[in-house]
Ligand binder design. Structure first.
Ligand SMILES: Cc1cc2nc3c(=O)[nH]c(=O)nc-3n(C[C@H](O)[C@H](O)[C@H](O)COP(=O)(O)OP(=O)(O)OC[C@H]3O[C@@H](n4cnc5c(N)ncnc54)[C@H](O)[C@@H]3O)c2cc1C
Length: 314
């Protein structure tokens, strides 16, 4: 069985780079003899989905639950299991939603599960993937061979391969009552603006920003320099910024031309997300902050004064 199923949880926020990244991974698996399909879990209520570079997939199906399921992992587990019955490998992006159903599908199918994959490669002997281990201190390479596996990809955005876009019809797949029922959840909406994945400039804030009210300074500065907003996990956990903006080991990996870290100490878990940045500019009031060990430009001082001065010049 060498079928690979790519799963996309599709909402109004889904970006072309997400289609492109999955299509690129599919193209590389196809060249190693896999047959790739795409399964779209659609929550937009549209009747069709345009899949960028969709021609790379032999089969595309798109379903919507027909009734509200929130982030109902139980529904997603059922839907993905049904769609992946003839697939040895399931690949999805390392989003919060996918991290919800991914391990459950793997456990139900007795498959290997690997999250935060930085690379996924296929060869004659099957699949190898790399992912951070030991809290992001090392990168492990896992030889999965031809084992069944569920892989969540959190590496860099990949360019869409040169395949035609495909229009896929969305069918309704009535959610059956599961044993686990969705009750309620409240997700902070994304901040909007430039998406983090694939951004050429990122302005990221950490706990040193000080409060949710002051977070608007980070957004204002990012807006002035046309950068995507990023955040440390500590800032996300304070509820200042949605988790879709988290950079690091358990967030997104970014590889911009310039990464500006503001009030971020430089913990290994954060650094695990910015290894691909070409230039790092750090603003921190502590001259011994670890972030300065990896930064190209170090600015010691209170970020509010520094950004105010910078914005006066812009
Ligand atoms: C399994 C695991 C996964 C994790 N994944 C992630 C992840 O994906 N991403 C992530 O970021 N973290 C992650 N973490 C958490 C990580 O270890 C750190 O706790 C976190 O990155 C710290 O965030 P911070 O730098 O914003 O806060 P702090 O470490 O508290 O740093 C705040 C910094 O702000 C500076 N500062 C304070 N006031 C000012 C001011 N006025 N002007 C300028 N500077 C100021 C301080 O000097 C300090 O250096 C993970 C942890 C674990 C255990």
């Amino acid at each position: 069985m060498t079928n690979a199923l790519f799963v996309l949880h599709h909402s109004a926020d889904t970006r072309a780079t997400e289609f492109g990244t999955l299509a690129s991974l599919a193209a590389s698996l196809n060249s190693a003899g896999y047959t790739s399909g795409l399964f779209i879990l659609d929550t937009t209520a549209a009747s069709t989905v345009t899949v960028k570079a969709g021609g790379v997939f032999r089969k595309i199906s798109a379903v919507s639950a027909g009734k509200p399921v929130g982030d109902g992992a139980d529904y997603l587990v059922q839907a993905v299991r049904k769609a992946s019955s003839d697939s040895s490998v399931i690949v999805a992006l390392g989003t919060v939603s996918n991290r919800n159903w991914g391990p459950q599908v793997a456990a139900a199918q007795g498959a290997e599960f690997l999250t935060a994959c930085e690379t996924i490669n296929a060869g004659r002997d099957g699949i190898t993937a790399t992912a951070p281990a030991l809290g992001g201190l090392v990168v492990k390479t896992v030889d999965l061979g031809s084992k069944q596996a569920v892989l969540l990809y959190s590496g860099e955005a990949l360019p869409a391969p040169a395949f035609a876009d495909v229009e896929a019809a969305v069918s309704t797949d009535e959610a059956s009552e599961g044993r686990v029922r969705f009750v309620a959840s409240e997700a902070l909406p994304d901040t909007g603006g430039i998406p983090l994945r694939g951004a050429s400039k990122v302005v990221a804030g950490g706990l040193g920003v000080g409060s949710g009210d002051k977070w608007r300074i980070i957004e204002e500065f990012a807006g002035k320099v046309d950068a995507a907003v990023g955040a440390s996990r500590a800032a996300v956990e304070m509820g200042w910024v949605p988790s879709s903006r988290q950079v690091g080991f358990s967030g997104q990996k970014v590889s911009p031309d310039v990464y500006v870290a503001i009030g971020i100490s430089g913990a290994v878990h954060h650094l695990a997300g910015i290894g691909g940045a070409k230039k790092i500019v750090a603003i921190n009031k502590d001259p011994d902050a670890s972030i300065f060990k990896v930064s190209d430009v170090a600015i010691v001082g209170d970020y509010e004064h520094i950004l105010a001065a910078a914005m006066r010049k812009l």
